[in-house]
Each structure stands twice: as C-alpha cells, then as structure tokens.
Design a protein around this ligand. Structure first.
Ligand SMILES: *Cc1c(COP(=O)(O)O)cnc(C)c1O
Length: 368
C-alpha cells in the first residue's frame, strides 16, 4: 500500500547522518531536533504553537486533557474513522456520541452533528467538543462545523492524523480548529520511523497546558506538578528523521495529487472515485474507491498480488468496547453503507505510472 523504501533511497545518506548526529550528541530526550521540528512545523502550517508528542493517539488525549474534557462531557465524533479517535475520548473520561459522515468526502456530516447535540442534551451530558476527522487526507467542512459549534459553545478538535499537509479554503490544517492533532506513524503521509505525533494551537494558554500534560503535569520545574499528565514526549531520533522528511513533504504531496488524478481518470467510469470538496486539497493518505462489488475487486487484486485494504470494515460504534455509547437519532446509515463498499488502493508518492496501470487494469478486469 505504501512504499517507504523508495523514500528512504531518495533521502539516502541524509537520514543516516541525521540519526548519527543524535547518537553523537546524546540528547535523546527533548534534544535540539525536537524544538527544531516544532518550529519548522509551525512555519509549515502557520500555527502559533506546535507541541510534538509520542503518537497521534496521545496528541488527541493531550488536547482533551488540556481542555479539561472529562466525566459528564459529550464529544461528537464520527464512527467511520480509526479506533484511536474515539478511544481518546473514552480515555479522557468523556462520552463519545457517534455522528454520521457524508458519502462523498467520508467526513463528518454537519446536519448529523446538529442532531447529535440534541441527543447529548436529552441524555444529561454536557456538549463539550466536536472531534472532527479529516479522513483519508481531506479536511472536514470546518466552516459548516464551526457554525454549529459556535451556536452551542463547543470547541473543535481536528484529528488530522491522516491529513496534515492538506488545505481547507486556503488555510492549512493545523490552523482550522481550536486544537489540531496529527500522527507521524510511518505510513501516514508525514511519517517518521516509529511512533510520534504533534498538537497544534494558536492559543498560548492551551499550549502551556499541553506542555505540562506532555511531561507528568510538570510546572516550572520537575519538582512542581500542576496537573495530571503523561509521559508523552517525541524523541530526538524521530524528530531528526522527521526534519529530513519534512524537507521533501510538499514535493511528495504534488506527486500524490498527480497519482490520485491518474487513478480517477482510469477508474471513474467503473467505480465511484473519491471526490475532493471545492476549496480543499487532499494529501491522499488513502485513495478510496466505492463499489457494490468491492469484495470481488479485492479478491481479484489479491490474486494478482496487488495490496488493497478496507478502511473501515467495522465502524467503531459496532465494536464491543464502544457499543454502549450513544449514536445520533436515526443511526449511521452512511457509515454502515461505506463499511460495505469502500476499498483503498496502493497510494504513495513513488508509485510508478506502469505499476498504477497494472492496478487500474486489474480493477477494470475484476468488473468486466
Ligand atoms: C493513525 C490515526 C490515529 C492515531 O495515530 P497513532 O500515531 O497511530 O497513535 C488517530 N486518528 C486517525 C484518524 C488515524 O488515522
């Protein structure tokens, strides 16, 4: 699905030198690379504050903790996402309320969010936060979500784990919500060589709390604890690797866009190809098609040793640990339909046209 070796070859000796520098200076925890990558990420997206951390999941938990979201609070979240999005809410002690998504962008449906807020009020929960996900690389509709959030005094947390680097109406993700969380898991569009993540905010007060949460709720020094926190630092070695990868990231996203357009041209008459909303760009964490004959396509490609994946065959609200939480009135029909018919194809910036042609031909042959 993702070829990390092609990128490794492109960066070559620069990566080896970056790792060697960290081993030589020995500042493995919060070394100079950590502050440097935070500064570069802030400049890259335009956020005032970037707090790196140990994973995308941790980034979400830190954001909820820094905003004091907990027991009795409702957090509105799509069910059509990676488990970590909802998991962070439960770990923070709050209650997820599952919201449906739009069939074309796979992102949170603002009309469903408005209905879900009523559900929270009826169940005696305090509506606290909208946790929007930018699924498969594309931003959610922040203007529409913001209008509803504002009306109810809610703040928006953006799970940009799959989509850092994408733009919403001229604004970079990292600046489109009160707090944005992302992941540097190796297969994400901007990945390191292990676990990592970051939190973005323009609020100085929230940034200060995030820094406290990252290291055991530490205050001005290690002898002062001002809140309950975590061990959630990004390590220097991963920061050094990420700095190198960040230097080619924008160029890679141009390639991703070209590759997505090529898939769309080759497949749009036989399957539903993914749409990008007006004013948005995608970093194509996944290239996800829809077809009633999804399983047939997957089997045909597997027989030709072409990888495919279904994200996500089982929505979160039907998984045992999450079954007991509220769902928006009327249920999640779009989410349940998508679980039946989505299929993600190989997608990375180094996918050669000849390889892509084989994938396109295989999908067409499966449906012929
Ligand atoms: C990957 C992912 C996460 C979690 O990131 P980790 O770094 O693996 O903890 C959260 N949300 C979404 C949508 C993801 O795709």
């Amino acid at each position: 699905m993702v070829d990390l070796q092609a990128q490794r070859q492109r960066l070559g000796a620069r990566l080896d030198a970056a790792v060697a520098r960290v081993m030589d200076h020995g500042g493995f925890i919060m070394g100079p690379e950590v502050a440097e990558v935070e500064k570069k990420l802030a400049a890259h997206c335009g956020a005032k504050h970037v707090i790196s951390c140990s994973s995308g999941t941790t980034a979400l938990i830190m954001a909820l903790m820094a905003h004091d979201v907990g027991r009795g609070d409702a957090v509105f979240v799509p069910s059509f996402t990676f488990t970590a999005t909802a998991e962070a809410i439960v770990l923070a002690g709050a209650t997820p309320i599952f919201v449906d998504v739009l069939p074309d962008t796979f992102n949170m449906d603002p009309a469903s969010l408005a209905k879900a807020i009523n559900v929270a009020q009826q169940t005696g929960l305090t509506p606290a936060c909208v946790l929007a996900v930018d699924l498969f690389g594309q931003p959610a509709d922040y203007d529409a979500l913001d209008a509803i959030a504002k009306e109810h005094g809610l703040w928006i947390l953006d799970d940009a784990a799959q989509s850092y680097g994408a733009m919403y109406k001229g604004r970079a993700l990292g600046t489109c919500a009160a707090i944005t969380a992302t992941s540097f898991y190796p297969s994400k569009p901007l990945g390191c060589y292990g676990d990592g993540g970051a939190v973005f905010t323009d609020s100085e007060a929230i940034a200060r709390k995030l820094i406290q949460v990252r290291v055991h709720g530490q205050g001005k020094d290690r002898n002062e604890n001002v809140r309950v926190g975590l061990t959630a630092r990004f390590d220097s070695m991963q920061a050094a690797i990420l700095l190198e990868k960040l230097s080619i990231f924008d160029d890679e996203n141009v390639a991703r866009d070209r590759i997505a357009a090529r898939y769309t041209a080759g497949l749009k008459d036989v399957v539903t190809t993914p749409g990008v909303a007006p004013g948005c760009t995608s970093v194509w964490a996944q290239y996800t098609i829809r077809s009633a004959r999804r399983d047939r396509i997957a089997a045909h490609l597997q027989a030709q040793k072409i990888s495919t994946a279904v994200f996500y065959p089982k929505p979160i609200h039907v998984q045992p640990p999450y079954r007991g939480y509220p769902v928006v009135t009327g249920g999640l029909p779009v989410t349940e339909k998508l679980a039946q018919d989505v299929l993600s194809l190989p997608m990375h910036p180094y996918l050669a046209p000849e390889t892509q042609d084989i994938v396109i031909a295989a999908v067409r042959a499966a449906l012929a």
